[in-house]
Write a protein that binds this ligand. Structure first.
Ligand code: PA5
Length: 447
């Protein structure tokens, strides 16, 4: 069976193979700390054996819930922020037709997002679009108290009830939240809405393989069993029994930490297919929230190539040498497009006639990699044999496992996010939320 492949030979001009091999014991200890639950944040390890623990009843529950929404909605709005929407959007975008929203003959509802910002125009325009549309809502919040999704949920739930009537609306709303705490749980139970429990032990950014991701992905018409199957394979491959040399998560964690120690403070995730844009957004959240603390951590950035070669390409080639790149490469695209011959050849492109467009893309990828390495930018590569549910499942688990190991190598707790609270406190103080009277006084005195 083929799997996703990590290669890091194009980092070896910058860090030595011996140094990387030297991480073996440290990485083993980090992996053991994850599996034995002896490391920092050990009450948030529910994601670790999650793929292999999903049972048939759970798949059916998610699929049946998705079926109700699929059969009754033209549009399903996923409400959530951070880990409560990025994984679903990453997978759905990666698997969808790039022009999905323009398809007339639809088999699947259009999946849209809300609660990931507080843009008034965004919400106004979304609500205008939903007028007279048959729509449903998946409201996702682990804590059930996050302001952005709560605000969007109140607006959209009210609209849905006005358009459909209260009883009909109930069948079109699904909540994913804590089992007992939070406003969303209270509301779901009080109103008898269908809900899924998000276990305490799974943090938001590690939750894509729970109903947080699986439900929207199933609504969009994709095979969640294959996604989980891919993650199961990676769970085995990245397990304790695998040697350092065979464990891609262990190696990725070691290489990026060694690069970091050698002054490479920024990791840029690169793709050559625009539908992978949100894979990078999901990855940035996973690594940024997990590692950026205690004044440490690689800054996770991303670019879409070849598009951004015409903007950020200059900086990457010749700017400050504090970066390395990790390229996500798709070996075999899902479609074939052959470049045509032209009698006149006015554009001078007949040297490409008969070649696949992907061959041009691959040469751009290879040429860029060589140029960037020559320019002082170490490159790693993660190759997916194809872009499908199975390999995306492998990729997701690979990144999650590597993030846990990498966080432990860095010496931080990869499962908390204390820094996210600072803006919330100020926002509530400025909005004069009850309970924040002292903070309101203090912040207003600073204005
Ligand atoms: O990874 C995380 O924990 C965060 O990004 C959360 O997912 C995000 O803040 C949303 O939180 P909640 O699901 O509680 O609304």
């Amino acid at each position: 069976m083929k799997h996703i492949q990590l290669s890091f030979d194009k980092t070896l001009d910058f860090i030595s193979a011996e140094k990387i091999a030297g991480y073996e014991n440290e990485v083993k200890a980090a992996n053991e700390a994850l599996h034995n639950g002896t490391g920092k944040g050990n009450d948030f390890l529910g994601w670790l054996n999650l793929p292999s623990s999903i049972d048939e009843a759970h798949f059916r529950d998610v699929e049946n819930t998705a079926k109700v929404l699929r059969e009754n909605c033209e549009v399903v709005v996923v409400i959530g922020i951070g880990g409560s929407y990025l994984g679903a959007k990453a997978v759905i975008d990666a698997l969808s037709n790039s022009f999905d929203w323009l398809q007339k003959e639809r088999k699947n509802p259009v999946v849209l997002y809300a609660g990931q910002n507080i843009g008034e125009d965004y919400l106004y325009e979304l609500q205008e679009l939903l007028k007279n549309k048959k729509f449903g809502i998946i409201s996702i919040s682990k804590s059930g108290t996050t302001t952005e999704p709560a605000l969007a949920f109140r607006l959209l739930k009210t609209q849905l009830e006005e358009q459909q009537g209260k009883d009909a609306a109930k069948k079109l709303i699904v909540c994913v939240t804590d089992k007992s705490k939070g406003a969303l749980r209270t509301l779901a139970d009080k109103e008898g809405l269908k809900s899924f429990v998000l276990e305490d032990s799974v943090g938001g950014r590690y939750s894509v393989l729970t109903p947080v991701g699986l439900l929207p992905i199933a609504v969009a018409g994709f095979d969640i069993r294959q996604l989980v199957q891919g993650a199961r394979e990676m769970e085995k491959i990245c397990g304790l029994e695998t040697s350092f040399d065979e464990n891609p998560a262990a190696q990725y964690a070691a290489v990026r930490n060694e690069l970091y120690k050698n002054g490479k403070k920024i990791e840029i995730l690169v793709n050559y297919h625009p539908k992978l844009h949100y894979i990078s957004e999901w990855w940035k959240q996973l690594y940024g929230e997990s590692e950026g603390k205690e004044n440490k951590g690689i800054y996770p950035a991303s670019v879409d190539f070849t598009t951004d070669l015409h903007s950020m390409g200059q900086w990457i080639q010749e700017g400050e040498r504090t970066i390395f790149e990790t390229v996500i490469s798709i070996k075999e695209p899902n479609h074939t497009k052959i470049f045509p011959h032209s009698e006149e050849n006015l554009d001078g492109l007949n040297f490409l006639a008969g070649k696949r467009v992907d061959e041009v893309n691959k040469m751009a990828e290879l040429g860029t990699m060589i140029a960037h390495v020559d320019g002082g930018v170490p490159n790693l590569k993660i190759e997916l044999p194809k872009l499908n549910e199975f390999y995306l499942g492998e990729l997701i688990y690979f990144f999650e496992k590597a993030c846990g190991i990498s966080g432990y190598l860095l010496g931080v707790n990869p499962f908390d996010q204390p820094g996210v609270e600072a803006y919330k406190k100020n926002m509530f103080a400025l909005l004069e939320k009850p309970g924040f009277e002292e903070e309101t006084k203090a912040i207003k005195a600073r204005l």
